[in-house]
Design a protein around this ligand. Sequence first.
Ligand code: HEM
Length: 219
Amino acid sequence: MTTWLLVAHIAVLGYWLGAELVINSTYRYVCYSVEDPFEARDRLMDHVMHVDQHVRYALVLQATLGTLLAMQLGYLPGGTSAQAWVILLGGGWLALVELVHRRRARPVGERLARADRMLRALLIALLIAFAAGLFEAGAYLPGWFRWKLTAFAGVMACGVAIRLVLLRHFATWREMATNGASPVLDREVQRLYWRATGVLLLLWGLIALMTFLSVAKPA
Ligand code: HEM
């Protein structure tokens, strides 16, 4: 069972990075295809947001699979019922991610997205407190695992930062839908693309660091 969890944990890493690459290159295409009619770019942008779901699933899956692995390998306390809770909470989080996406065009979507961002902020704070040894269960974790959890908090923070950039992208996008595209609005959309890509590069750096820590287990 532990071996299969590890296989799934590593497979999700590939799934995550593959989805990120597709999203980023399609997002760039949308921002730079200034000669295309806005309707065509808008349809493709909608597709970007569908594909974007995959990185959101991947984050939740890594958190769930990683926690289960940590329990099975004895890094964290937790028997069968604690592991069942982890699966249940992971499933609930996945359902929330899906709901936020499906309701994004309705007024309730805004509130759900805010709740999701707040949940992530809370998890980031908890992860850092845990990695710092403030909870008893985390006090005996090896150093590499603490750094890995801190880097994971950084990955989550980068995800939230990208969403905040995307909120500004969509405000400009709506302006384009109302008044038509213009060189000024296109430049703004491209500027935001580079800002999101800068954060994404940091996120990839943190994922590379987590992979290194997991394989090398330096301390
Ligand atoms: C972006 C997120 C993550 C990445 C890229 C990642 C990457 C990896 C990789 C590549 C391995 C395999 C190491 C090996 O077999 O040599 C691994 C193992 C592991 N990961 Fe993760 N991981 C992530 C998130 C997490 C999280 C959030 C946790 C816990 C909460 C976690 C817990 C573990 C555990 C316990 C192992 C097994 C370590 C061992 O073999 O002793 N991972 N991870």
